[in-house]
Design a protein around this ligand. Structure first.
Ligand code: SF4
Length: 181
């Protein structure tokens, strides 16, 4: 269930964009309940998706669109919503996994009350992935025949990170609602 929706579909502005390498861009953000069970999340929709899943739910996210997401722009959002949310959820960003991890570490360091989550479309964790940067990670491409996280047949996995351990809690998404998470 979406509590509040803050849509901010941003214009393509290649002139203002930073270098394509090492930067994330976001096309909008929402405050959501269900993407990370038990958390109220600021979900950031990241563009420049390098994948081409058949039946992609948001093809525009494959484009080089939106505003740069860095420590400065993320801080501006957290000044507004940091007290409303318990978690920052990076939706995508697979073209720049190091940048996602860098911002997640920044949230942990500068906003110690907030958790971090990453929704990745990768088949597996990137090289040099640091578990301690995230509290939750969803991994796996979207396969229409298998369904998303709410389908018991899904190929996608949702992990909770705790004290260096990774627990597969995907089955939480098969319950409705999440009260017993
Ligand atoms: S990872 Fe998501 S945005 Fe990227 S192609 Fe697949 S469904 Fe689309």
């Amino acid at each position: 269930m979406l509590l509040r929706r803050f849509e901010k579909q941003l214009d393509v502005d290649m002139e203002k964009s930073a270098s394509d390498s090492g930067f994330l861009k976001f096309t909008g953000y929402d405050i959501v309940f269900q993407e990370v069970p038990g958390e109220v999340s600021l979900a950031l929709n990241l563009s420049r998706c390098p994948f081409r899943c058949p039946a992609c739910h948001s093809p525009y996210l494959r484009e080089n669109v939106g505003e740069v997401l860095d420590e400065k722009s993320l801080s501006a959002l957290l000044e507004k919503y940091g007290r409303t949310v318990t978690c920052v959820c990076f939706m995508g960003g697979d073209a720049e996994p190091e940048a996602v991890a860098r911002l997640a570490a920044f949230v942990h360091r500068d906003y110690p009350g907030l958790k971090t989550a990453w929704y990745s479309g990768r088949e597996s964790f990137p090289r040099d992935f640091r578990k301690e940067d995230f509290d939750y990670v969803k991994i796996g491409p979207y396969r229409e025949a298998l369904g998303g996280l709410r389908s018991p047949a899904t190929n996608q996995r949702f992990y909770k990170m705790e004290e260096g351990r990774m627990e597969d809690i995907t089955s939480v998404f098969w319950k409705k609602p999440f009260e017993d998470f």
